[in-house]
Ligand binder design. Structure first.
Ligand code: PEP
Length: 248
């Protein structure tokens, strides 16, 4: 079964309205003939300006987090409907930085994911192991837990994107090898088959994330089970276009 590749950027807490707009304007002609889906997930306050900057192009705008409640007394939070109102299509959920610094758990990942789906957003759900977990042979055990608990009660699992992001490879310049990324993503796909259905496992988009750049994207994207990338640092420059155009 053929899956359409999907390359997404994660700006994290970077860029301003002016620098973001300039980058998007620079990227538009560079990515216009991409064979993959393209998205930039940007800080919430930049969403209206970046949606406007990307209007009419093939760059979709995404968010970096979403709250699970529709509205209410949750100071500082943003709901899925608020994101939708400003043209957001995708939302990153459960990024390792949110797990590490903001108390994100598999339970809250699950609540956010269900709320995003309910509002018609496409969640990009991040999973991945710490270095010590990989080194002690616990990678699959960690993924089993993150997938079973984080994706609980999802009716149509093919409506989400999974980003496999080994935490030791994020922002470190140390990428997983092609073989390591392929092996782990194939494991995730198999697990989705067991938890949901084999056909869904064939259909679901699974990205790799962790120091992916213009130099290593071709090798990673050539792997059978890797359908795209979630790109941090390299999405802050026009290098992002080289990743989007990995097959050209
Ligand atoms: C990320 O933030 O999801 C990420 C993969 O970052 P980087 O590409 O900088 O490692």
């Amino acid at each position: 079964m053929s899956r359409k590749p999907f390359i997404a950027g994660n700006w994290k807490m970077n860029m301003t309205a002016a620098s973001g707009e300039k980058l998007i304007k620079d990227l538009i002609p560079l990515v216009k003939d991409a064979d993959c889906d393209v998205c930039l997930c940007v800080p919430a306050i930049l969403i209206p300006a970046m949606t406007k900057a990307a209007a009419g192009s093939n760059i979709a705008i995404g968010a970096e987090n979403v709250h699970w409640a529709a509205s209410g007394a949750y100071t500082g939070e943003i709901s899925a409907d608020m994101l939708k109102e400003y043209g957001v299509k995708y939302v990153i959920i459960g990024h390792s930085e949110r797990r590490q610094y903001f108390g994100e758990t598999d339970r809250t990942v699950n609540k956010r994911t269900l709320a995003a789906l309910n509002a018609g957003l496409t969640p990009i759900v991040c999973v991945g192991e710490l270095l010590e977990e990989r080194e002690s042979g616990k990678t699959n055990e960690v993924l089993d837990r993150q997938l079973a608990e984080g994706l609980k009660d999802i009716e149509d699992i093919t409506k989400i994107v999974i980003a496999y992001e080994p935490v030791w490879a994020i922002g470190t310049g140390r990428t997983a090898t092609d073989a390591q990324a392929q092996e782990t993503i194939a494991y995730i796909r198999k697990k989705i088959g067991e938890l949901f259905c084999p056909k869904c496992a064939e259909k679901i988009i699974i990205q790799y994330g962790g120091s992916m750049n213009a130099g290593n994207c071709k090798g990673l994207m050539a792997q059978n089970d890797i359908d795209g990338g979630l790109i941090g640092g390299a999405s802050l420059k026009t290098d992002f276009a080289a990743i989007v155009n990995y097959n050209k």
